[in-house]
Design a protein around this ligand. Structure first.
Ligand SMILES: Nc1nc2c(ncn2[C@@H]2O[C@H](COP(=O)(O)OP(=O)(O)OP(=O)(O)O)[C@@H](O)[C@H]2O)c(=O)[nH]1
Length: 439
């Protein structure tokens, strides 16, 4: 018999069969009395009853563990009428006494001049169990990661919100309720000198150019001091098109290690008496600055200078006084060179100055200024000392040499000339290659 004929001949039997075949429980409820006027097979069997009549005419409240008393039913009935379907996660009472977690969808409809509530309840035991296990596993993972680092972050890339773990907040000096959960709370506290490249490392990872985000940078704490942190993170969730949605990472406070590293670096690159960069650094920096100026087609000047008759300062006033003069000259010149210039103690009483983007005329003028400055300095702490002078030899790239070595030889020859012409003077290098390389 065709389906339409079956429906026409015995509609009630057919609908009952259909409802009984549903895996979810279906209840038809009288809204005024809360009584069950119909339920399907899943409804009575899931709750441990033998037949539908065991539940019919009973109040639905007798099956519910979360709705207590007619007062609460009345307010829920108002909600159901206001916004169908009304979704409710609660617990049904099994005949044996245990509870069944359910997700219930209830809608209101009218039939034959009367209102009815139709509730479809789904057993969510497995789902609840799974959610509980997942959240326990998540908590375990967070705990393990937190213990393995000084803090965790979890960034929702689309919304820009960031979870900062309590340990991370503590590391930065914040309480558990402080530090707004936004990306700006982190980004605004990165040291200005580090922020551009830290962002570029993250961008590279987001764009797939780096396998992970990893950076060592300075992060400001609540007191305004900077900590050195080692930060590692990775995208852990993407949308169906592969766009990053979420990124997590962990942070280590490496301030002590980094400060020690910087101190060692400074010891290796600076002269301990004057605090100036040392000869080794001068060789590296001169090479790199010449390459840079060659590329940018800029002139570069170097000046070698040597204190005059320094041996006699040592001999007459003592070695300690000689040390003070060396440190005093370094301090004096350091205050007067440009911030873009490099001043080195090259060795003994010899110094070197590198001036990027400087012509011969500019360099000559600047060095002449240094010479007169030193000559006119009064050594208040060393009253017996008298006048201290120095001799200077200057050369400019590319006029006097095309490499660090050629430039150095040219400036050294000019310095030698300054010494032999009477000292306390500035001499210019001969134009390369005229006197630099004699066959
Ligand atoms: N106090 C002190 N003296 C140093 C240091 N390094 C080198 N000297 C001394 O610097 C002196 C350099 O002497 P010379 O090379 O003869 O040069 P000068 O006496 O300056 O003579 P001219 O360069 O020709 O003007 C030597 O006596 C070195 O012992 C240092 O770190 N401290």
């Amino acid at each position: 018999m065709p389906f339409s004929d079956t429906l026409a001949h015995s509609p009630t039997a057919l609908l009952e069969t259909v409802f009984d075949a549903l895996p979810d429980s279906v209840f038809l409820i009288d809204p005024d009395t809360s009584r069950i006027v119909y339920c399907n097979r899943a409804a009575w069997s899931d709750l441990g009853y033998d037949q539908a009549s065991d539940l019919l005419d009973h109040s639905v409240l007798s099956l519910q563990k979360d709705v207590i008393g007619p007062e609460q039913w009345r307010s829920i009935a108002i909600e159901i009428r206001a916004r169908s379907p009304y979704v409710f996660i609660g617990r049904h009472r099994h005949r044996q006494g245990w509870e069944l977690p359910v997700e219930v969808y209830t809608s209101c409809f009218e039939f034959d001049g009367r209102d009815y509530f139709l509730s479809v309840a789904r057993d969510i035991t497995t789902r609840t169990q799974l959610e509980r296990e997942l959240s326990a596993r998540d908590a375990q993972l967070r705990f393990a990661l937190n213990e393995a680092s000084d803090g965790l972050w979890d960034w929702d890339i689309i919304s820009g919100s960031v979870f900062f773990s309590p340990q991370l907040k503590r590391m930065l000096g914040y309480g558990p309720e402080e530090l707004a959960p936004h990306l700006s709370s982190w980004a605004d506290n990165i040291h200005p000198d580090d922020v551009v490249w830290v962002r570029s490392v993250i961008d590279d990872h987001l764009a797939g150019r780096r396998e992970r985000f990893e950076a060592e940078y300075r992060l400001r704490n609540r007191n305004g001091h900077y900590l050195w942190v080692h930060d590692r993170g990775r995208i852990c969730e993407r949308d169906p098109d592969g766009r990053p949605l979420r990124m997590v990472g962990m942070v280590h406070n490496v301030t002590d290690r980094k400060n020690l590293e910087l101190r060692l670096q400074r010891l290796a690159s600076h002269d301990s008496l004057t605090g100036l960069l040392n000869r080794r650094e001068s060789e590296i920096i001169l090479e790199t600055q010449i390459s840079l100026c060659r590329r940018l087609q800029l002139p570069l000047g170097i000046c070698l200078f040597d204190l005059d008759n320094f041996k006699s300062i040592n001999d007459v006033h003592g070695h300690l006084c000689g040390d003070q003069v060396l440190a005093g000259v370094a301090e004096l010149f350091n205050q007067h060179v440009r911030s873009a210039d490099y001043l080195f103690r090259w060795g003994g009483e010899e110094f070197m100055l590198i001036c990027v983007d400087t012509t011969l005329e500019q360099l000559q003028q600047r060095v002449e200024g240094l010479r007169t400055l030193l000559e006119s300095k009064t050594w208040d702490t060393l009253p017996a000392l008298g006048k201290v002078t120095a001799s200077f030899g200057i050369a400019v790239f590319p006029d006097h040499g095309d490499s660090a070595r050629e430039l150095f030889i040219a400036a050294d020859a000019a310095l030698y000339r300054a010494k032999s012409c009477g000292r306390n003077r500035v001499e210019l290098a001969d134009t390369w290659p005229a006197n630099t390389f004699t066959p």
